[in-house]
Design a protein around this ligand. Sequence first.
Ligand code: AMP
Ligand code: MG
Length: 397
Amino acid sequence: MISVGKALKIIDEHIEPLGSERVTIDECVGRVLAEAIVADCDMPPFDRAQMDGYALRSRDTRNVPVNLAIVGEAAAGRGWHKHLERGEAVRIMTGAPVPDGADAVQKIELTKEYDSIVSLIDRVPKGQFIVEKGKEIRKGDTIVTAGTLVTPEMLATPAAFGYSKIKVAKRPRVAIISTGSEIVEIGKKPKRDQIRDSNSVLLKSLCERAGANVVSCACALDDLAELVERIESDAANADVVITTGGVSVGKYDLTKEAFAKAGAKIHFDRVALKPGKPAVFAKRRRKIIFGLPGNPVSAAVTFHLFVRRALGLLESAADPAMRRGFASMYARLRGNKGRDTYFPARLVNSADGKLVAVPLPWSGSSDFVSFAHAEALVVIPKLTTFNEGDVADILYL
Ligand code: AMP
Ligand code: MG
């Protein structure tokens, strides 16, 4: 049995990036950037008014009240491109370029306009309501680095700098096989002794969230010949094959044998981890194969720990590790003697501002009902007990 750390190292050593492709900007959320996003101009590209009002010279308002002559109008997209002189003001709208000679804007609510004159009763400090050219970003600055998973929040910047297409990592193609003679597709009514397939849909959405493209999802019986055939054909059509079930020591746990028969080399098959001890990592030529345990919670935990990392590495993610943090324990949690535990928890904030991990009521690795509310895994090293209030490492899901 190897440690989780060792298992992650083995994965790291066996995975090479898939390369990149260019996609239109609206297709790149959830993908990993394969190029840095660099500003192609200053932002803002000109001194920009931040308010509707009047552009003026601050020093003309030294003695207020004062009247200034309105000599023009600057709107967004249609500036006033003469030089503003002493005693003058230009009517200006939010987003318009501030005219040369002006060094401040007064907002319309604090002025009165009549007969091309604007009256001001307050002094206007220099620079007020102007965002200087290049204040937000300078031409040539890197805004987002390669290897970052793109979120909707990141999209406005590449758009502002003209990236109509963006180089992103190729999406790993994933095939999912739910093994088990008791498993039926969710649309079917389980007969006696059967249960519905909870794993495929869970793993599919986890894969998609990690930027992968699930090309097939199928159920397979605990039958060696069928498993071998399925693994061989899926490995031909996908970069990653994920199976669930059949990795323990029962008579009909045939997945590992099927991996070997399909020509895959097993790199690990037992990890000192709870839940998820029998997780398997194998390779068939360049193709990656994971054999996850059948219990939905074990499958989810081992997916987060191992498969997500593998997908991240295939996509050249800058940080393929799960996001770590700390939380204080809401209740006592005891670790296992021989294995590190990754205990599902909800996260809440206490009144004094602490992040608190609330362990989910968990009666074992088949308890996927309470896992529905999981937001993080509490890492409990073997032989460790956390008491209420102790600070533990957590991994965000
Ligand atoms: P196994 O890993 O094959 O020993 O399965 C462990 C437990 O998980 C058994 O109770 C299975 O019935 C259950 N299980 C296996 N695959 C699935 C699945 N796709 N959906 C829901 N439960 C499953
Ligand atoms: Mg089984």
